[in-house]
Design a protein. Sequence first.
Length: 220
Amino acid sequence: WVIGVVWAVLQSIGGVIKIGEMAGGTAFWAHLGGFIAGLLLSVILRAPKAASIEFGHEVLEQMNERGPAASLHATEQHLKKHPEDIEAHRQRLEALQAMDDPEAEARALVETIKSGPAELAAELVLRLQELSALGDLPPALSARLAEEFKTENTEAAILLLESILKLPADHPSRPDALLSLALLLEKHDEVRSGRLLKELSQSYGLHGAASVARAKGLIE
């Protein structure tokens, strides 16, 4: 930046006065115009951000070689600047896994699912299941993610809805989860789907989810 500013100042001066044997004129302004155009294009094309991420990845790779603790610290610092960086999120979670701290890993998984890149959510849900920590997700978030996953990642959607059904019987999220899971299993497991609908009818007959099921002809 210092070199660039000094050069731009010299070009501006050269455009209006004579420097040595060179007379001021068009060439200086052409140089300066190209410089400014390059700066604008770099901003439009997000070159500084791309360069920062690339440099950050080089640092993360070096820290990863030093061990999981160094990798974890480096990724957390990197993510403060680039919270959307999927690779950094993955490396952070891999570092936590390597440190063999399931509770800390589960907290980080929940945090990443809540605020990290949406592209990671499904695989992180599956990892939470491996840690038996799906219940750590807020029920409302689990229901929303299940709706998003129901066509492209049925396994993750089923796991999320099942985690909601483990809540106490009087929890307000259970009726909608019963209906959603019954509809999801309708073509793959009719027996279980029927049991879920029966529970919905018997335990939550006055709930809106039961009304929807009746309108669809699923329960009486």
